[in-house]
Design a binder for this molecule. Structure first.
Ligand code: TYD
Ligand code: MG
Length: 484
């Protein structure tokens, strides 16, 4: 540690969690991240005055009756993109700070430029400020042209090609005061009086704090773009996520058109809603029937393919789970998963072997969700297990069949929430049969017109019911051994 007069002290700040240490260490003691400490100059902040009690002291803090406080929800700023408004809980709240995260290239800038255009059409383009530190103003213009926004009011949106938060603040403070300020991205934003490069935890946190100070008293809705790091967290994750009012994540496969917008935190609405978009030449557009957006298109049933009626918040989405099982060349078998938790797949492989006589220990296994979706709900267990069993036995799941249910370590099936809603959606999309966990106490099996419901108690029963053919462990196909 060194101290230069007037310059502040150096600290080693973890780029993952923001914790500061006096000495460099290979692993952060707070969050256990490796090689995340970066030497940073920290300026001594003036200490707040000591708290004092007694008559006549501390009178500067004004309080008001809770009932008299104005509602933060009073005048939401609707964006006009229904899926985005829905995820936000009815539009942007003036004075709030929203973080939109996602991998580079997923479509964050596209979505926010479209959102800026939407707000411009409502409150006037001079009240929308788009600060871009990542791209030049010319690049933003090019995107706007591509999105066909230059013919409308969006052509008059104010663009600031600027990464200094202080200068962005100066622009925002000059009339007309913006109703919406987009900062693309928070990783390029810097605060003038902080040392450290753009993107470091100190700068990211300092910039977000400064923008919050700008947003709250002036009633400006601020939207920050945040890139997600490899491990799936937004840089400076813990610090940023705690600061902002809402965290939205844009998710999807860069090479597939569908994008999902989820709220992982929302102080002004529920985190249950998801927005489904489609990326095309004209930018992100709403999907006409989101429930079927993640169904892969192929003719008829195929071995290894199972449709799962998942529930994303309150919205049912039918997702195709694909499994491929192939005899391995020897040695450690490959386990490749996309869109699902690989630990969960490993667990299901063990349960399949011990409780259902389906041995996959020496097989290579590939699991994928169609459309680049990521699903982490436990109800996906049964479809995953069925996809693996179906691929091993090379028998398709019965036509028009969906399956959902959590699998326990004993091979038992557990109920999932919202079964009725999931199955109604499956019936609406033309499915005729559903393999579901047997009803427990307080959760009766729903009755859905047009849908045959096969309620089963164990994974073994589910495999028998779902795979067209004889019961598990009999017939021509050798199951329960490494060969198939
Ligand atoms: P972008 O919004 O720049 O992503 P991010 O800000 O998250 O890094 O989107 C980049 C991708 O989107 C790029 O690969 C091209 C594609 N795209 C389209 O397919 N259609 C469009 O109309 C636009 C503007 C982009
Ligand atoms: Mg971008």
């Amino acid at each position: 540690m060194s101290k230069a007069p007037g310059r502040g002290q150096t600290r080693y700040v973890c780029q993952s969690c923001g914790e500061a240490f006096l000495r460099w260490e290979g692993q952060c003691r707070a969050c256990s991240a490796w090689n995340s400490l970066v030497e940073t100059v920290v300026r001594a902040e003036p200490k707040p005055p000591r708290l004092a009690v007694g008559p006549g002291v501390g009178g500067a803090v004004a309080t008001s009756r809770l009932g008299d406080v104005g509602s933060a929800d009073g005048a939401r700023l609707t964006i006009g993109i229904a899926e985005l408004d829905r995820v936000l809980g009815g539009g942007l709240v003036p004075g709030s700070v929203v973080l939109v995260g996602g991998e580079p290239g997923i479509g964050k800038s596209t979505l926010l430029l479209q959102a800026a255009a939407g707000v411009a059409a409502r409150v006037g383009p001079d009240r929308v400020l788009y600060a871009t530190g990542e791209e030049s103003a010319a690049q933003v213009r090019l995107r706007a042209e591509r999105l066909g926004l230059l013919d409308g009011p969006a052509a008059d949106i104010r663009i600031a090609s600027e990464s200094s938060v202080d200068r962005i603040g100066d622009v925002a403070a000059s009339p007309p005061m913006p109703a919406l300020l987009v900062v693309d991205s928070i990783q390029t934003a810097t605060v003038d009086d902080l040392d450290g490069p753009a993107g470091s935890v100190g700068q990211v946190r300092g910039s977000a704090l400064r923008l919050m100070e700008l947003a709250k008293p002036n009633g400006i809705a601020v939207v920050l773009v945040g890139h997600v790091t490899k491990d799936g967290s937004i840089a400076g994750p813990k610090t940023l996520e705690h600061l902002v009012d809402a965290v939205l994540t844009l998710d999807g496969d860069r090479y597939a058109p569908i994008r999902l917008l989820r709220a992982s935190k929302n102080r002004f609405g529920s985190t249950d809603e998801v927005g489904v978009f489609q990326m095309s030449d004209g930018g992100l557009s709403e999907v006409a029937d989101p429930a079927r957006a993640f169904l892969a298109e192929h003719d008829g049933p195929a071995p290894g393919s199972v449709v799962a009626p998942t529930l994303e918040g309150s919205r049912p989405l039918l997702v195709e789970v694909q499994g491929l099982v192939a005899p391995g060349p020897g040695g450690t078998p490959r386990r490749t998963t996309s869109g699902v938790d690989s630990n969960r797949v490993a667990l299901l492989v063990a349960v399949l072997a011990r409780r259902a006589g389906i041995g996959l220990a020496s097989h290579d296994i590939y699991v994928n969700l169609a459309g680049g979706l990521t699903v982490d709900e436990p109800g996906l267990d049964l479809p995953l297990a069925l996809a693996l069993a179906s691929s091993l036995r090379d028998r398709p799941i019965g036509p028009g069949t969906v399956a959902i249910g959590e699998v326990g370590l004993l091979g038992e099936l557990r109920a999932v929430s919202g079964l009725d809603r999931r199955l109604r959606e499956a019936a609406r999309l033309g499915f005729v049969r559903a393999v579901v966990p047997r009803a427990g106490r307080g959760a009766p099996t729903p009755d859905v017109p047009g849908l045959e419901i096969v309620a089963v108690g164990s994974l073994r029963e589910a495999i028998e019911a779902a795979l067209a053919g004889g019961p598990v462990g009999s017939g021509r196909v050798a199951v329960g051994s490494a060969r198939c």
